[in-house]
Design a protein around this ligand. Structure first.
Ligand SMILES: [Ca+2]
Ligand SMILES: [Ca+2]
Length: 360
């Protein structure tokens, strides 16, 4: 009988997924962070800085920090550990910073916030202090546990991490109390959730040669200088820049653009972006196959991949300059599909007012 029950449970787990009974979430891998704030004589632990008074955590919010106004930026936690030191190279001793993540819960439930910090930390859930540990220590994952009562839907988790000297880090995840954590997920909320629509209008030129994969490194004419009026030497003769409009999904289909050359080829895309001010953000792209991207004549991304095109697969930090920005993309093709798609995601600063266009 016991054996039969086990088989049934295993079947349910395999079929339903909802029966998985997750014991813990992954470690938070993306945070919004803001700092530095002062922590001279360890006064930062009890000082109430702007983020602790914030009620809605919106992009474009700035606070009084050490040496002036400070704003939110996105930071990745490699292997689950958020390292503050490289974020604030000028101020990484006797300082404090805040990390934010939104917890989205499928229903109200209680769990534990399981965290490690270097040095001390305070945690706030939906504005309420839920944990306080003024430790002077190295960051060990899961060294502290604090009970969280999550409400259904959005929950704002804010963690202050104070720093004396040397390392400065945070690692956090949720672990189970009574209810399993299935369906609980992390987002960047209003601080990092904004993305532009997919780009749907480009100029395109091609095809160029990619026999034997030579095209990824070959410097064809558009890489030397973009001149939309000038023809270039392509495969089978002169090729010209032409407008290209995608469907609503933003997927560039090069095979439709170049019906005479479906394999072993290279094409370039060009567009302009206008930004109302300097905007740090992330470029999200998918490509089939390899891709190189130049922003304002500087190579910002190169991935000699052989893959199908998946939206947002490559995530590249870039900074748009105020005014016009020029974006040149090279996409290589060996065989099979030949596609590309592109959009941009916020990393703190709002993307309001960022527009795509084509040069006059
Ligand atoms: Ca430290
Ligand atoms: Ca391909």
């Amino acid at each position: 009988m016991t054996k039969l029950l086990c088989v049934c449970a295993a079947l349910l787990a395999a079929v339903g997924g909802a029966w998985a009974q997750a014991e813990a979430t992954p470690y938070v891998s993306q945070w919004m962070v803001v700092g530095p704030f002062a922590n001279e004589a360890a006064a930062g632990f009890d000082a109430v800085y702007g983020p602790e008074q914030d009620k809605d955590f919106r992009a474009g919010t700035f606070y009084d920090g050490l040496g002036g106004k400070v704003g939110w930026t996105m930071a990745e936690a490699a292997d689950g550990v958020l390292n503050f030191v490289p974020l604030y190279p000028e101020h990484h001793e006797n300082v404090a910073a805040y990390a934010y993540v939104r917890i989205v819960a499928p229903k109200a439930l209680e769990c534990d916030l399981s965290l490690g910090s270097d040095d001390g930390c305070k945690a706030f859930l939906n504005g309420e202090l839920v944990h306080s540990n003024p430790a002077d220590r190295a960051c060990a994952k899961d060294s502290d546990k604090a009970k969280l009562a999550l409400r259904e839907g959005d929950n704002d988790l804010l963690i202050k991490v104070v720093q004396g000297g040397a390392d400065w880090a945070l690692a956090a995840r949720l672990t189970k109390r009574e209810a399993a954590l299935d369906g609980v997920r992390f987002t960047l909320g209003r601080l990092g959730g904004q993305t532009t629509p997919m780009v749907t209008k480009y100029m395109v030129i091609g095809p160029f040669d990619n026999d034997g994969g030579v095209g990824f490194d070959a410097e064809y004419a558009p890489e030397r200088r973009v001149d939309l009026k000038r023809a270039a030497d392509g495969l089978g003769g002169k090729v010209k820049w032409q407008p290209l409009t995608t469907g609503d999904n933003g997927m560039v289909n090069f095979k439709a653009a170049f019906p005479d050359r479906q394999e072993n080829a290279v094409a370039y895309l060009y567009l302009t972006l206008n930004a109302p001010r300097e905007v740090p953000c992330r470029m999200l792209l998918g490509s089939d196959d390899g891709v190189k991207v130049w922003l304002n004549d500087t190579l910002v991304h190169a991935n000699n991949a052989s893959r199908p095109c998946q939206a947002d697969e490559d995530k590249v930090p870039v900074t748009l300059q105020a005014g016009e920005n020029k974006l040149l993309v090279k996409v290589t093709q060996s065989a099979g599909g030949w596609e590309f798609c592109l959009r941009f995601a916020q990393t703190g600063e709002s993307l309001d007012g960022v527009t795509f266009g084509l040069p006059e």
